[in-house]
Design a protein around this ligand. Sequence first.
Ligand code: NAD
Ligand code: TDX
Length: 350
Amino acid sequence: MHSILITGGAGFIGSHLTRLFVTRYPNYRVVNLDKLTYAGNLENLKDIEGMPNYQFVKGDVTDLEQVRGLFAEHRFTGVLHCAAESHVDRSITDPLSFVTTNVLGTAAVLQAAKEAWTGAMDDKVFYHISTDEVYGSLGKEGFFTEKTAYDPRSPYSASKASSDHMVRAFYHTYGLPVKISNCSNNYGPYHFPEKLIPLCIHNIINSKPLPVYGKGENVRDWLYVEDHVRAIDLIFHQGKVGETYNIGGHNEWTNIDLVKELCRQMDEKLGRDKGTSEQLITFVKDRAGHDLRYAIDATKLKNELGWVPSLQFEEGISKTIDWYLANKEWLDDVTSGNYLRYYDQQYHKR
Ligand code: NAD
Ligand code: TDX
């Protein structure tokens, strides 16, 4: 019987992870601690909110007293630490909130785990969910491996790199049984529409401009979110303590090609003439310090644990678009209020 703390379980990846653990392991007790920032949404978990092995707690990972209290109450045997500020553009306008949540928040959850588990570390796991952005930016060639030196270049990636270092420090110094994974760009249902793919899906539906930074030549390695959480499940249960695993899709796209693929599929699905949505593409000012290319070498995960992505990209994108078209209400809800103010600031237009 495991008692698991998932932090940030109401966000994009966290909600898929929470759903997987709650439904796949009915004998585990899962507590989801989430602050419900603009990115956290309990609608993402509507289908599992009544499950007997699931509990939601509203709270903040930087609140050490609260996290300590949860450890005392639930006697967690595992932590899946997902809570973070996650959007690079927001980190450029407000870096300190990223330091607070991603660095201090991670340190607080580590500290609470250390206090609760000292003297009984053997059957415990502290799993830290991180990103490939800690490795910096690639040129046209090469891949990030687990041995690539850290070289974060945005306030977001610097805060995630710092949190990874803190996790390793707790492993080496206190023997905390940690595992880390660094994943490439995720996409899929419940992805907040400030990120490229859901933003473009939303704007294509509404015939609004599709803002492409710079010339659209930057490259990202996209992975379907359910493949990511399946990898986390495997590593949590079978990965080695103290180890890092890279997770990626071997699926590189320039932003402009990706946006054109979205336009092509959506014109078909919406019954619009071929080429209609491409006319919405608008090249806008580049992101400051924009990393050119990310690409993951996930050989270690494949060789040690047999994980490979299950979905081809065209299929994953098609499923994703279908989900957004079937869940317009979700999209409308999250694109009202604060989001509209953010959108105005970021793009100076609606
Ligand atoms: P998200 O922004 O969609 O969700 C973050 C969640 O954390 C939200 O529910 C939010 O309410 C919660 N949260 C924020 N601050 C909190 C705090 N102080 N206390 C408690 N909860 C708080 O993020 P995501 O895209 O789902 O990313 C989840 C994790 O995965 C992050 O650690 C991110 O760095 C990492 N990651 C994301 C991607 C990606 O492509 N999205 C890729 C690799 C790694
Ligand atoms: O409007 C846009 N126009 C545009 O051209 C936006 C929002 C993005 N872009 C570009 C920037 C990137 O090159 O598209 C690419 C993808 O951008 P995002 O969706 O913002 O993702 P990225 O910056 O690559 O970071 C994501 O992947 C790694 C997640 O947001 C991180 O949380 C994760 O760690």
